[in-house]
Write a protein that binds this ligand. Structure first.
Ligand code: NAG
Ligand code: NAG
Length: 352
C-alpha cells in the first residue's frame, strides 16, 4: 500500500477493510495503541459529566496536546469515575451522624506509564433546601480492610479531611491527588469513608433533613493524567501550504473520513462520531521541487536515485505534519474518559 497515514488512522483504516476473521488481531493492536486492554462494552453508560463535555468542546491545543484546557497541570487524559461504594451502617455512632458511606472508584484503567497530575473528589448535593443547617464532613482514607467489615474503623482508616459546610453551595471539591497516587499501587485501593454529621446550634435530634441526605448526595472522582508516550514535543516543522493541481498524481494529502460506526465502535466512543484522518498518496518524481516539501534527505535520495536507480528507490510520499484529536469514550470500567491522541490527522504530506 503506497498511501501513508498516521499509524492510528492506518490501523483504523485496516479495520475498515479487514475480513472479520482478521479484525480481532488488528483491533486489539489499535485498542492497545489507544491505551485500552480490550474493546469496551459499556453496560451502565453513565451520563457524561458536563465538565468533560465542556473541555471536549473547547477542543485541543494543536501545538500542545499534553495540556487539558482549564487545568494548570500537564495531562492528556481526563477520566471520570463513578462511585461503586455502598452505604455503611451507622451503628455505634452518636445521634448527629447523618451519613456514613464507603466510596470506591475503580482506577485500574490508569496505566503504569501514566502520571496522575491531579485528582479531585466532587461531592454534589442534588437539593438546596437546607438553609441555615450546619454540617460537618469527615473523609477517611481506608488503609486496611478488617475482617469484620469496617466496624472497628478507627484503626483501619486515616482521617484526611474535616470540613464544615452549609448546603448553600451545591458541590464540594476535594484535592485527592496524593491519595489517588497511593491507590495506583497494587492492592492499595480500598476507597474512602465519608461521614456527614449535623453540627451547630441548630442541631436537633433525628432531623429528617439529616436522614434524607442519602438520597441527595452524588460523589464522583476525576483525574487528569499524563501519558508521556503520547506526548512528543518535537513537531514536524510547518511549511507554507501550496496547492498543487488536483489532477496530477503527485504526492499530496487525500481526504479520508473514518466513521466509528463503520468499525463498530459507536457504542463506546461517545464523541466524535468520526473524523477526517486523511492520508498521503502520490509520486515523488525527480527532480524534487519545493512544492513537494521534501526533506533534505529526500532531495539527496532523489539525486542518488537518478544516478543509481536500481540501488536507491525514490523517496515516498508521507505525512510531514500531523495533528491530534480528542476522543470521549467509555472505558472497560464504565468510566468516562476524555483523551488527547497525537498524530491522528494528516495535515500535510511531503516526500521523505
Ligand atoms: C438525642 O439522641 C440521643 C441519641 O440518639 C438520645 O440519647 C437523646 O435522648 C436524644 N435527645 C432528645 C432531646 O431527643
Ligand atoms: C493538590 O494536591 C497536590 C499534592 O498534595 C498538590 O501538589 C497540588 O498543588 C494540589 N492541587 C491543587 C489544585 O490544589
Amino acid at each position: 500500500m503506497k498511501a501513508l497515514m498516521s499509524l492510528l488512522s492506518f490501523l483504523l483504516y485496516i479495520l475498515l477493510l479487514a475480513e472479520s476473521s482478521e479484525i480481532s488481531v488488528q483491533e486489539k493492536m489499535l485498542l492497545k495503541a489507544l491505551g485500552l486492554n480490550g474493546k469496551p462494552n459499556p453496560v451502565i453508560r453513565a451520563p457524561v459529566p458536563a465538565k468533560l463535555w465542556a473541555i471536549f468542546e473547547k477542543g485541543i491545543q494543536k501545538d500542545n496536546p499534553c495540556k487539558m484546557e482549564g487545568f494548570h497541570v500537564p495531562g492528556n487524559i481526563l477520566r471520570s469515575y463513578r462511585d461503586q461504594g455502598r452505604p455503611m451502617s451507622n451503628e455505634g455512632q452518636q445521634g448527629s451522624l447523618c451519613l456514613r458511606k464507603h466510596l470506591f472508584f475503580d482506577i485500574t484503567a490508569v496505566e503504569k506509564k501514566e502520571k496522575i497530575t491531579l485528582s479531585q473528589l466532587d461531592i454534589k448535593f442534588g437539593h438546596n433546601v437546607y438553609y441555615g443547617q450546619d454540617f460537618q464532613l469527615r473523609l477517611f482514607h481506608v488503609i486496611q480492610m478488617s475482617l469484620e467489615g469496617m466496624r472497628h474503623h478507627k484503626k483501619n482508616q486515616k482521617l484526611i479531611l474535616t470540613q464544615s459546610f452549609r448546603l448553600l453551595h451545591k458541590s464540594l471539591h476535594i484535592n485527592l491527588t496524593k491519595v489517588t497516587e497511593e491507590w495506583t499501587k497494587p492492592h492499595k485501593n480500598m476507597g474512602l469513608v465519608l461521614e456527614i454529621s449535623q453540627t451547630g446550634a441548630n442541631y436537633k435530634n433525628s432531623s429528617s433533613q439529616c436522614e434524607q441526605i442519602h438520597s441527595f448526595i452524588h460523589t464522583s472522582l476525576f483525574t487528569v493524567s499524563l501519558d508521556p508516550s503520547n506526548c512528543k514535543t518535537s513537531r514536524v516543522k510547518r511549511s507554507t501550504t501550496t496547492s498543487l493541481s488536483t489532477t496530477s498524481d503527485i504526492c499530496r494529502k487525500r481526504n479520508l473520513y473514518i466513521d466509528f460506526k463503520d468499525v463498530g465502535w459507536h457504542n463506546w466512543v461517545i464523541a466524535p462520531r468520526g473524523y477526517m484522518a486523511n492520508y498521503c498518496h502520490g509520486e515523488c518524481p525527480y527532480p524534487l521541487t519545493e512544492l513537494l516539501k521534501g526533506t533534505n534527505h529526500a532531495v539527496l535520495q532523489t539525486l542518488v536515485h537518478s544516478t543509481e536507480p536500481e540501488i536507491t528507490p525514490l523517496p515516498s510520499c508521507a505525512p510531514t505534519k500531523l495533528s491530534p484529536i480528542s476522543m470521549l469514550y467509555y472505558d472497560n470500567n464504565d468510566n468516562v474518559v476524555l483523551r488527547h491522541y497525537e498524530d491522528m490527522v494528516v495535515d500535510e504530506c511531503g516526500c521523505k
